[in-house]
Design a protein around this ligand. Structure first.
Ligand code: HEC
Ligand code: HEC
Length: 151
């Protein structure tokens, strides 16, 4: 039952991604949102390559200064979902051992090098007001006062 649900969600996620240029990546499977969307938004799997996600999922006990450990069965299911939905493009490859999607070549080109004061680029909702739904479309962007994307 769980596996069927996950596949259904996967199909929706894949279809969303196929709408080129829409930048709506969700909705995501409930398990993924529950476990990986409580401290930050559930990041779009499509914005990091499979080796990047693998690196993230292999070091959940040392997760960017937090402990995001999961019980084995859940971790495997989520890792599987991420791997299958991952990007296959070089521009989405991680550039450092910790594997951040905010440090890929694509992200740097889209966002410039410097986040607003006291905001991390990992805080997608600081600018993408519908990021909790996996929606990064232009109409939902609202930039913090005084910040402009540098080049
Ligand atoms: C206990 C809180 C917590 C949970 C649960 C959690 N994370 Fe994180 N995560 C963090 C923190 C803290 C950061 C660092 C944020 C920053 O740098 O501003 C982070 C960062 C990340 C990043 C890098 C973001 C970037 O800069 O590109 C990824 C990818 C990530 N998490 C994936 C996951 C996944 C996948 C899960 C579920 C298995 C998960 N997280 C669950 C706390 C959490
Ligand atoms: C400080 C503000 C800010 C933060 C934080 C931020 N973004 Fe963005 N993002 C932007 C801006 C500005 C653009 C460029 C929009 C454009 O080209 O018109 C953008 C573009 C995008 C696009 C392409 C959308 C489009 O319409 O071209 C995606 C996808 C995206 N961001 C994802 C993310 C993700 C995922 C995170 C968090 C890991 C994030 N962003 C964090 C400001 C931000």
């Amino acid at each position: 039952m769980k596996a069927t649900l996950l596949s259904a969600f996967l199909l929706i996620a894949a279809t969303g991604n196929a709408l080129a240029g829409s930048h709506v990546y969700g909705p995501f499977p409930a398990d993924y949102v529950e476990e990986c969307g409580s401290c930050h938004v559930a990041f779009p799997p499509q914005l990091l390559t499979a080796p990047g996600w693998q690196r993230v999922m292999e070091q959940l006990d040392k997760h960017y200064g937090a402990d995001a450990s999961l019980e084995d069965k859940r971790r495997t299911a989520i890792a599987d979902f991420l791997r299958r939905s991952a990007s296959t493009r070089d521009k989405h490859a991680p550039t450092e051992a910790s594997a951040r999607l905010s440090r890929t070549a694509w992200f740097a080109r889209e966002h410039g090098p410097t986040p607003p004061a006291k905001v991390s680029f990992a805080e997608c909702t600081a600018c993408h007001t519908a990021a909790d739904r996996g929606d990064y479309s232009e109409r939902s962007i609202k930039l913090p006062a005084g910040w402009r994307r540098a080049r």
